[in-house]
Design a protein around this ligand. Sequence first.
Ligand code: NOJ
Length: 760
Amino acid sequence: MIKRIQQAHHFILAAFCTIAVFSANTQAEPSTKVNGVDIEQLLNSMSLKEKIGQLHLLDTGGATSAETIDGEIKEAIRQGAMGSFINVNSTEVANALQRIAVEEGPHKIPLIMARDVIHGYKTIFPIPLGQAATWNPSLIEKGSRISAIEASADGIRWTFAPMIDVSRDPRWGRIAESYGEDAYLNGIFAQAAVNGFQGKTLDDPTSLAACAKHFVGYSAVEGGRDYNTTYIPEPLMHNYYLPPFKDAIDSKVATVMAAFTDVNGIPATANHYLMQDVLRKELQFDGVLVSDWGAVDELVMHGYAKDSEHAAQLAMKAGIDIEMVSEDYVSFAEGLLYEGRISMQDIDTKVRRVLTLKAKLGLFKRPYADAAGKQDFVNAEYRQAAKLTAMESLVLLKNHDAILPLKTSQKIALIGPMADAAFDQMGTWALDGEKKYSVTVLDAFNDAFQDNPKALRYASAIPYSRSYEEEGFKAAIKAAKKSDVIVMIAGEEASLSGEAHSRADITLPGAQEKLIKALKGTGKPLVVVLMAGRQIALKNVIADIDSLIMAWHPGTMAGPAIADVVFGKFNPSGRLPVTWPKVSGQVPIYYNIKNTGRPAHSRPFTFMENFPLEAHQHTLGHATNYIDAGFEPQFPFGFGLSYSNVEYGQTKTNKAKFKRDETFEISNTVKNTGDKTVTETVQLYIRDITGTVTRPIQELKRFKRIELQPGEEKRVSFTLTKQDLKFFNRDVDLVFEAGTFHAWVAPHAMTKEHTVFEVL
Ligand code: NOJ
């Protein structure tokens, strides 16, 4: 009986929906032309199957030529059941797929070819975390532009970048893909990347639609384990995880990707509140929202959807426009519609957005890729841009006795598993990067020692970063002993960071710590250059290292960039976009912490090795810290040295008390007291002393990169308004609260000197 009632109910709904489909198709919508395409007219002429096809994004199944394209895929395109493809990376395949769509498809609607072009296509730029260390958005924009030009030559018009998941946890492998731990910096770089990828107009054949991902809070995964659970309270969500997305949306990012993760109990893919109330209404995003790979069907695995049909319903209702790779929409949307579980409007809204994107990309008038662009891969201009970005991404973290820069008149032992790692220097997500283009450190040093080749001795010592083999130590030590200085290129292979490559222990892998100790034993000065996708915990070896450079994974031009910095042709200017822990157990670690009721301090601070025996607990202080690692990081956020010396004066404001509608001017004098021209990144931090929700002890508000000649002094000033002091309170209202503020115009986040001002 119940079944019969249900059947009757279905029948009525089906009839109703058929009428709804019919009326939606015939209703006269105002003509809305986008780039010459009448979207409404096209939408109204499409069958339901074709509409659902526009929401379908599939992998090409590894097709490498027109002949190897799967027959079923071809047929699906012919039927209008496909909207876009991921992982096409050849003009031939792209154009072959496209030809079927625009010549044989029911309405000749072009496909979009998508690919993860994350930090370069053929010319590989530093990983995004390295790009962030430049603190130079113009380089990020330029790199993204070049990536777009190269990728579009192979028919790619949509990239799944930038990733703007602010990351406080270097165990999480995807920190490599992020712009670091600060929301403000992520926002600035997001804008630069979007502008670079999308160019002046999406209609330009070299423009890619960018994709701000992963919405939202993916980086907050528990324990840094990829894909894990996230719990993010609303004020934190709004003050920290969402702002970079707002910046990307304000820069007109064409698409957004939903995170894989469960956010506060509801997977992002089905999270109606996040996708509708926050993304669409609050952040005003009107572009295409794509799921992550297989994430619609993973709603079942999450324990949120009962089955794949339910998953399709939940994702559609939450607002995912395009389903990536799982096929629940194509399998179930029609049935869901006839059962009234989704509406025609749900489908039309999504299809309208997809068609609009295709029109904006100019695909209706110019569907094919121009193979001629191929000739231009990794050209001299692109290599130069990649080298400059890599050079600016290098962060000098330690330079004991000013060992660096080195001279090519010195005898040098070049050691280490990353010195000649053409593949690994490209880092994670260099899908289309080819190691034949890479210039390694060994190549570049050989070049530098052309006139004096005997002065350079190379020994890898360890075959690859994870290896525990020690057979090569002997040759390395011999080379070190015959040299004036050792340069060890250490770190992590590309595969030790990135998606699903989280590490619980973020020390140097393999026998590298042991190698550092052995090299130090030779008594020769030891320079270590790290190539890695994350901060590396160096507590066990930091004292053995005389000079330290963080090079991230620098990409195609790693070698020449590192050589120019090591030999002083380029004065290092990179700054950390993350806080650097001493040991893995300090993670998560970040500069913009809350003060707590018992803030950590050094008055007195007793490490556990100094505890007297049988000491009573209260004699050792009650503050938030670790008794074995302390509370300070190895290196603070924003930190980086150069071959010169820059001194800061006292931070000042133009008034001690401001009315809230005034502009606040905050400044400091910055002087180059060294003997080399430097690029200094001057940073403005603010602390709001009290709030109706507790406020971080510092927040980066602005920065300026300035050049200072030897002896030159500049006054650097920043202006803020109350807008910059606003934050989301407990009720998720963006508010300004009058009160006392501290300000630092400083070289990094752990500078003590500050000024105090009041806003009434
Ligand atoms: C999964 C990743 O999370 C996402 O960032 C990427 O764009 C897609 N796979 C497509 O490869």
